[in-house]
Design a protein around this ligand. Structure first.
Ligand code: BGP
Length: 487
């Protein structure tokens, strides 16, 4: 190894990413309402491979959550107590050298039920304190308006995002936060992984499948509402926050064909087109042609209001942000083939890639390909706002955490980002997911850890919540200091 540094572009935004529902806790403090995330249970004994069972929310679970006043079994109600410990956490982030931190605002802190006349001042004041603390530590906030949560009341009262009324309520919430934080927050994101409503309608759209006759139709209608809400958020962000930039956010899921059989290639290509459907609408400003055929085949009809198409066209995102964890493989006939299990998508196993313990196929080169694909297609700045390695960490006898596997994961991804930048891709930043250990979205586990900072808490909520740097903490600090990797 020489001492040469492969540098990232000057001003590259190094950071970390977290989300309100996975860190804040304080689920019923200062007037906060019950959110969809507060319904998520940690299901003991469900195997990792059974991801879908973890994620399934039904009528019974909702009713039970509504009558349960404790955080027991509900890890997202506890989070990592970021609500109270954020000053301490910010000091550690500063020490790591973070330039930016991606957070989200819990809608239920601002409008506990989602449809009140007036916002909840105590909730607004919390984010004032948080953003002030970030600035005090030289950390620029990037704020997601909607990250896997919404007021549960809107789910019960209106059917979540299936109801167009929710667009108005979300826009009202957005305007309130744009106005309030316009001097403190310049970078915004609309919907986290907007494509995810197709995979988990409850978490991303407040849709309880058993309450609807035609779930697929309902989901795509709800997605249309989110597209409209996203376009309106872009509009009002530009109007209300001087000098702001607002991006869309996609789960980047790149699919390889299993073989060069044109049928496999076609299948993979269709998956890739589908993945781009979401950014096509939000960046090109229109529904792409291929989706019409898919809708026709599925018998889906999107109800649009007069002016919707113009709205989508007029208010496109300033940049694309995305998460990247894995790549996928598609085969026309996958019968008898080894499948991956435990991840959120499934698919055929890629024999060239390793997977983490949850079946997520680790593919740094896939990130370079994805960056090129996105930039070729859209030519807008790209921002990786999630990437990370979920793992069970072990505490050594001396108290240290030697997470070399995590360092190697990030290092390999950063190398491919450098390659993509040399390919000419405009990549502006990287916020590593779960910079500090937090509650896993998909399984509500605490022990699926992503952090460079360890948090002492187990799946049942036992622990001191003490924070301590892992080996990867020092590695990331050095990367940021050098603005690059040692070659
Ligand atoms: C993304 C979500 C995050 C996050 C991450 C890791 O899909 O935006 O909220 O949790 O995935 O997923 P998990 O926590 O299931 O490992």
């Amino acid at each position: 190894m020489s001492n040469q540094i492969r540098k990232f572009p000057e001003g590259f935004l190094w950071g970390g990413a977290i989300a309100a529902n996975q860190v804040e806790g304080a689920w019923n403090v200062d007037g906060k309402g019950l959110s969809t995330a507060d319904v998520a249970i940690f299901k003991k004994g469900v195997s990792k491979a059974d991801y879908k069972k973890h994620n399934k929310v039904d009528e019974e679970q909702i009713q039970k959550a509504m009558s349960t006043e404790t955080a027991e079994d509900y890890p997202k109600r506890r989070g990592i107590d970021f609500y109270h410990r954020y000053p301490e956490d910010m000091a550690v982030f500063k020490e790591m050298g973070l330039k930016t931190l991606r957070v989200s605002i819990a809608w239920t802190r601002i409008f506990p039920n989602g449809d009140e006349e007036q916002p909840n001042e105590a909730g607004l004041a919390f984010y004032d304190r948080l953003f002030d603390e970030m600035h005090k530590n030289g950390i620029e906030p990037i704020v997601t308006l909607s990250h896997y949560e919404m007021p549960l009341y809107l789910v019960n009262q209106y059917g979540g995002w299936s109801n167009r009324i929710v667009v108005d309520l979300f826009v009202k919430f957005s305007k309130v936060v744009f106005t309030r934080y316009k001097d403190k927050v310049k970078y915004w994101l609309t919907f986290n992984e907007i494509d995810s409503i197709v995979r988990h309608p409850f978490t991303s759209g407040g849709i309880v499948p058993e309450r609807f006759e035609n779930v697929e139709q309902t989901v795509y209608q709800a997605l249309h509402h989110q597209f409209i809400a996203s376009a309106l958020a872009v509009k009002y962000c530009h109007e209300l926050v001087p000098g702001s930039k607002i991006g869309c956010m996609l789960t980047k899921l790149m699919t390889y064909p299993h073989s060069c059989n044109p049928k496999d290639v076609l299948k993979a290509s269709k998956n890739n087109q589908f993945n781009h459907f979401f950014t096509d609408v939000q960046v090109r400003g229109e529904y792409p042609r291929f989706i019409n055929r898919l809708f026709k085949e599925k018998g889906i009809q999107i109800e649009k209001q007069v002016g919707d198409d113009e709205l989508l066209k007029a208010h496109t995102a300033d940049f694309i942000s995305f998460s990247y964890y894995m790549s996928l493989v598609a085969s026309e006939n996958s019968e008898g083939m080894e499948k991956v299990s435990g991840n959120t998508i499934g698919g055929v196993k890629n024999p060239y890639l390793e997977t983490n313990e949850w079946g997520w196929q680790i593919d740094p080169i896939g990130l370079r390909i994805s960056l090129n694909e996105l930039y070729d297609r859209y030519q807008v700045p790209l921002f990786i706002v999630e990437n990370g390695m979920g793992a069970y960490d072990k505490i050594e006898e001396d108290g240290s955490i030697q997470d070399d596997y995590r360092i190697s994961y990030h290092e390999q991804h950063l190398e491919q980002m450098l390659e993509a930048i040399e390919d000419g891709v405009k990549l502006v930043g990287y916020t590593s997911w779960g910079i500090i250990d937090l509650i896993s979205y998909s399984s509500s586990e605490m022990e699926k850890r992503y952090g460079f900072i360890y948090v002492d808490q187990d799946n049942d909520g036992n622990g001191t919540l003490e924070r301590k740097p892992k080996k990867s903490f020092y590695w990331y600090k050095e990367v940021i200091e050098n603005n690059g990797l040692l070659a």
